[in-house]
Design a protein around this ligand. Structure first.
Ligand code: ZN
Ligand code: ZN
Length: 334
């Protein structure tokens, strides 16, 4: 591994019911291929790579170009029951295939599906280190807007929750020509940052009625396209309530596993609204990551502005800064 992004999913999976047994987290890795298995065909030893989630490549969603809905996604990415002898602690095998990669380890055994070779894309080694989140957070946000939300020129777009995912969605909305683009967050620093990523307006969140009023004021009828990144039924309901007729609401936020959404059925139907759950940006990493790299090379996807680079030894500081919201996307460099 050369670097890894730090993502809220790492925190989520290390706490509470999700914790389970000992495991190595980390799922936004970049690196250089040291060895390959006998059946690996997509990369060679020495190739620079970006790592993404893993999938079986056999089931219907995988076959139809949306591997984020792979039937083996939970086993492959979140809870890895297929323990190997790669990492052992106190005679106990450790889960070390988080999102097919476990990038919080300097060396890892990575599933082929998780490996995106970038040898032919002219990525210099220093820039490569910044590209780990293209495999997860940025792919999730940009793909949610671009693929799942099918963003169109002139559509009004609201992004709820401005972290790495939300800002990536915002940049994709700008690239697609959405206007206006409204960022909503409870953190004023994030709102100040939002202008750099395409926001035409920002709204300080907290009071749901106020947010609703302001969105209608700015858009006229509500949001044509919404991206909900905060997580939880309250926020999804707000996004539905703030959407225009025929509006599309894409949600990617992680609420609790037991959270239940209760939908206002009549206005939802009469408004022809579309609620879309979305995982991993409806993207095929091998196609969508090169697209984001192209946006980046044209200056349309300035991810460095969201990042702060830390030495891997300063992991605790990086984690604290992300939790405090002072850094959107920490990058740990090995
Ligand atoms: Zn599959
Ligand atoms: Zn992630």
């Amino acid at each position: 591994m050369k670097s890894t992004g730090l993502c809220h999913t790492d925190i989520f999976m290390s706490t509470g019911d999700q914790n389970g047994g000992p495991k190595i987290l980390g799922h936004e890795g970049t690196g250089i291929v040291l060895k390959i298995g006998s059946k690996v065909t997509n990369v060679s030893v020495g190739d620079p790579v970006i790592l993404s989630f893993t999938y079986c490549d056999k089931c219907p969603p995988c076959k139809s170009g949306v591997p984020g809905y792979c039937y083996e996604f939970p086993q492959g990415n979140l809870v890895n029951n297929d323990l190997e002898d790669t990492f052992v602690l106190d005679n106990q095998k450790i889960e070390a295939k988080f999102f097919g990669q476990s990038s919080f380890s300097k060396v890892g055994v990575v599933n082929e599906a998780s490996v995106i070779g970038v040898k032919d894309l002219n990525v210099d080694p220093e820039t490569l280190k910044r590209f780990g989140p293209l495999g997860c957070g940025f792919l999730t946000g940009a793909g949610a807007i671009y693929n799942a939300g099918e963003a169109k020129k002139g559509e009004s777009c609201v992004i709820y929750g401005l972290g790495g995912v939300g800002f990536a969605g915002m940049m994709a909305a700008k690239i697609a020509g959405c206007n206006p683009i409204i960022g909503v967050d409870i953190n004023q620093n994030k709102l100040d940052l939002a202008k750099k990523f395409g926001a035409t307006h920002t709204i300080l969140g907290g009071d749901d009625d106020e947010v609703h009023k302001k969105i209608v004021e700015i858009t006229g009828y509500g949001a044509d396209l919404s991206l909900e990144c905060i997580g939880g039924s309250r926020f999804i309901n707000n996004a539905i309530n703030n959407a225009s007729h025929c509006g599309k609401i894409v949600y990617v936020g992680l609420g609790s596993f037991t959270d239940v959404l209760s939908l206002p059925t009549f206005p939802f139907m009469m408004g022809g609204k579309k609620l879309i759950g979305c995982t991993e940006g409806n993207a095929i990493p091998r196609e969508f990551i090169p697209k984001m790299i192209e946006w980046h090379s044209k200056g349309q996807f300035p991810i460095e502005e969201l990042q702060k680079v830390y030495k891997v030894e300063d992991f605790a500081q990086a984690l604290a800064d992300m939790k405090a919201g002072t850094v959107v996307k920490p990058i740990l460099v090995y």
